[in-house]
Design a protein around this ligand. Structure first.
Ligand SMILES: [Ca+2]
Ligand SMILES: [Ca+2]
Ligand SMILES: [Zn+2]
Length: 123
């Protein structure tokens, strides 16, 4: 778990610069239709792709670098979510296994196309 707001680094695997990531969404929130969750997360990753040499592709099956899931409370990584409020999500520094993964607290209520909400900010 990283506490820094951001970390500047070069990610390498077997001495090759790793620029291509597979992502997969492994557990969805009931708050937003699945296809919308996929579209929203793809567009978020595309922001990174637009401004870096990174490329993201959705994985079919297992073996993704970035496993994304929505979960409540204890969800297997030792960083239990805390119910409504507080922590909204956490993510892991790029690397093997849980590295690169992103978890969203599903005790939060997620919306799309709305600036109404406890944590929303207008652009
Ligand atoms: Ca991973
Ligand atoms: Ca929470
Ligand atoms: Zn987690």
């Amino acid at each position: 778990m990283q506490n820094a707001k951001y970390v500047l680094c070069v990610i390498s695997l077997n001495h090759n610069i790793l620029l291509f990531f597979l992502f997969s969404i492994n557990n969805y929130t009931p708050d937003i239709p699945r296809n919308d969750v996929r579209r929203i997360l793809k567009s978020a990753l595309q922001v990174w792709a637009d401004h870096t040499p990174l490329t993201f592709r959705e994985a079919t099956g297992r073996g993704a670098d970035i496993d994304i899931l929505f979960a409540k409370g204890e969800h297997g990584d030792g960083y239990d979510f805390d119910g409504r409020g507080g922590t909204l999500a956490h993510a892991y520094f790029p690397g093997g296994g849980i590295g690169g993964d992103a978890h969203f607290d599903d005790d939060e209520f997620y919306t799309q196309n709305s600036y109404r909400g406890r944590y929303c900010q207008s652009p």
